[in-house]
Design a binder for this molecule. Sequence first.
Ligand SMILES: NC(=O)c1ccc[n+]([C@@H]2O[C@H](COP(=O)([O-])OP(=O)(O)OC[C@H]3O[C@@H](n4cnc5c(N)ncnc54)[C@H](O)[C@@H]3O)[C@@H](O)[C@H]2O)c1
Length: 415
Amino acid sequence: MRIGIIGLGYVGLPLAVAFAEAGHEVVGVDTDGRKVAAVGNGESYVEDVPSERLSALGDRIVATTRYADLAGVEAAIIAVPTPLSPNREPDLGPLVGAGTALAGVLQRGQLVVLESTTYPGTTRERLLPLLEESGLAAGRDFNLAFSPERVDPGRTDHTMRTTPKVLGGLTPACLERATALYSEVCDHLVPVSTPEVAELSKLLENVFRSVNIAMVNELAMLCDRMDIDIWEVVDAAATKPYGFMRFDPGPGLGGHCLPVDPFYLAWKAREYDVPTEFIELAGEVNQAMPYFCADKVSRALNEHSKAVRGSTVTVLGVSYKAGVGDLRESPALKIMRLLRQRGAELVYHDEHVPELPELSLHSAPLEAALQGADVAVIVTAHPELDVDLVVASAPLVVDFRGVTRGRRAEHLVRL
Ligand SMILES: NC(=O)c1ccc[n+]([C@@H]2O[C@H](COP(=O)([O-])OP(=O)(O)OC[C@H]3O[C@@H](n4cnc5c(N)ncnc54)[C@H](O)[C@@H]3O)[C@@H](O)[C@H]2O)c1
């Protein structure tokens, strides 16, 4: 088959590679010329796709900025961003852009699948009318489906092939086409009755995580007051073999998904006069975490007779989660800005993030970063972090990820 992928980011590029590795020809369209050039040179910018894997595919993946190159594809999969506007409402600009451009080249018999996370109704109410501007009718002249992406960057135990894929078609024939397409790269398919069910299933997954993380974060703040070790509490509760699912506290949510997606649903729910209070409350608690963490660093310094102003704060790990270099919505950036506002000198170490232009900082090697630090703050614990070295070298350590749990020392403070 010849398959088009629109949007070659964290979702689209691995998808393009999966189809190409399954023996298909892939045309990848992206509006970002740098990404198109990088793919053309076999250079990957997505950590889960090593450059060797990409370059081994040769011209089985052709990247382009031109939608016209999608002529002749059997299926076009849309994986463009679905961010929030500055006032936290869905920003469907990239999706509308992609839908409009695709309508200009859409051909009879093609299948279009939306993978971007969005509120229920987007495929039918927003994408379908755009595509029908082509003069072709959905369900009759072309097929349309929604299938949410479940990629978890950095994860290796579940792959695209082994992770079940939910699919909802506009019509039974649309669903059948989408099922045939994804069976090329996924072993387990989960057909559902409508695109709306598929859209909402993805949001349920993300709201579930956001709410549970908020709940354990709230408990972490309570434990701080009560002087109880939250990590010991979570470890103990997690020994229950049924009826409990583990969630760890942390410095706040990051990435493209959890801080954003639940608000797509909250926005849509307002149309139906339903306040989504769990979503709003979870958002509030999770957004408060970086502030709580900055205060915790201030308090720890105070305990050691130091002020934030003039202290050197070494931040360990600045991406939003372990094992990846993704900075989107990273709570580390918020914590760093807050501490800088209070007069701290910032130093950071992150093997996945060589520089932070918005803070005018470069990553220092771990030993150099710890030298002269008044406090080392573990915000994101990458697997490579030498925790022993951190605890042995820094005069004060604040750990927001529980990687020092079980250890007790005067100079060690945990969330
Ligand atoms: N990153 C994840 O872990 C993840 C997981 C599950 C779902 N999702 C969802 O998948 C979607 C894509 O996320 P992502 O992380 O891959 O985003 P991304 O920003 O990494 O990639 C999106 C790409 O789309 C391109 N683009 C933007 N507008 C375009 C247009 N009109 N035409 C063609 N290309 C265009 C951008 O240049 C970018 O390269 C989002 O809806 C996101 O919520 C992401």
